[in-house]
Design a protein around this ligand. Structure first.
Ligand code: SF4
Ligand code: SF4
Length: 185
């Protein structure tokens, strides 16, 4: 046993562990650690920490933004795309409702506008296709308000607004404000 311990010490010193030195997971079963088979592994540890930090930050942003922007239902969107089945039942000819929901979750105004978000008339026809029954008209309505505010703060490129204006992708509720912002009236 003394020899084994001495050998184990030597193994650890050079960063290598034999099978018998792997940690015991269950009686008679050792847990092989393929990537952490070095006694001194600062890089592996720090990479793990960096990865965990990145994942935690992404999760926090996913929750933080919708809650602070008063659009918390968007957190529950599965991104399953079942709402695409709305098709010609959408009076605003919006084909990618999920894009609007995800854009609302992450406050991506450009993506929202390009997918016709400002054209949505909040009729609710898409709601019955949503697998989690999200209140989509409310979500899109709130995002429209945020988009217009962002426009007034000068945070949305004019080319995106001009494209939406010229292609009829803005509904009656917002058209005057956008036209004024673009200097069209
Ligand atoms: S609520 Fe908006 S996206 Fe949904 S069907 Fe009506 S107009 Fe289209
Ligand atoms: S059906 Fe509902 S949950 Fe699925 S992508 Fe559309 S909005 Fe999200």
């Amino acid at each position: 046993m003394a020899d084994e311990e001495k050998k184990a010490k030597e193994d650890r010193k050079i960063g290598h562990r034999e099978r018998w030195w792997q940690p015991v997971a269950l009686p008679g079963i050792r847990r092989l650690q393929f990537f952490s088979d070095l006694s001194d592994r600062p890089w592996t540890k720090n990479l793990n920490r960096a990865a965990m930090f990145g994942i935690a930050t992404a999760f926090l942003i996913d929750f933080f933004k919708p809650i602070t922007r008063d659009n918390p239902q968007t957190i529950y969107c599965y991104e399953c795309r079942a709402c695409y089945a709305t098709q010609d039942r959408c009076p605003a000819a919006i084909t990618f409702q999920a894009e609007l929901t995800v854009a609302s979750r992450v406050s991506d105004y450009e993506r929202f506008i390009k997918n016709g978000g400002l054209a949505c008339v909040r009729c609710g026809n898409c709601v019955s296709f949503c697998v989690v029954n999200l209140n989509l008209p409310m979500i899109y309505g709130r995002m429209q308000e945020l988009t217009i505010k962002s426009m007034e703060d000068g945070k949305i490129p004019r080319r995106v607004l001009s494209w939406a204006y010229e292609n009829g992708r803005i509904n009656r509720l917002w058209i005057d404000k956008v036209a004024r912002y673009l200097g069209k009236k």
